[in-house]
Unconditional design. Sequence first.
Length: 309
Amino acid sequence: MKNKKVIITGGLGFIGSHIIERLNDNNDIVIVDDESSGKIENIKHLDFSKIDTTLGSINSINLEEVFEDCDYVFHMAALTGVFQSVAKPLNSNNVNITGTLKVLEAAKNCEIKKLVFASSSAVYGDTKSLPINENDQINPLSPYAVTKATGELYCNVFSKIYALPTISLRYFNVFGPRQDPNSQYAAVIPIFIDKILKNKRPVIYGDGEQTRDFISVKKIVDANILAAESKETGAFNIGLGKSTTINQLFEIINNTIGSDIMPIYEKKRPGDIKHSIADISKAKSFGFDPDYDFKDDLMDTVEWFKNNF
């Protein structure tokens, strides 16, 4: 992607900042972020001469003024996390559903070429069908999952009724540099790395034999750009297409760091699914094919945490 004007909502966050990092050299970037979880430090190493930042909530700022004359919207802004949504479902609904609707409305009115929506594999719930296919019935088991499923439905409606091209990417378990291990709702990989580096015992909920499809944020960025530039619309799984148990993940990180620390096992959390692995064959229609071993990217992530935490 070159010589475009690109909106990234949630651009100061984990995934958003990586998209900006990739596009910064050859495009004009417009960031919309309320700094609730993202932070300016995530992009401090970039060239700010081609970045325009609007700080504020997608529910309160005038999005049409911000979106004017832009080409693409990458809608990453959200209250993320299953357990955060269980604790505060109204907050998740306000940001993830009402906020998404406002982003779509502004994109329609500004005649955006395409909107890429960050959805989640959480929409599937605890499906027994593996690997998970886009044709499988969705079964959200948390308020967060409901908000992402609703966002997808709104995207489809805006594509069909208003001719706004949209595509929803159902991320599986994303990891990489700049994930915050100190958040109450942090993902498992940064928590494991942070705890082990500090010689503390991480917690594994359940027996640790639950599986996840871990995908590097670098591959997530690939998927977003490919999806934006494609003619495809609808929902697509974005994962590695391989599964790893939480116990295996812990062992890999432990060995990479050179530690022999043992985890603490606690009871399963509400809303936590047992198994997850993506069928990514549909996403290959727009060129997404992450054929790699995630261990190399995991090692890079460990090195980043060593240098930054």
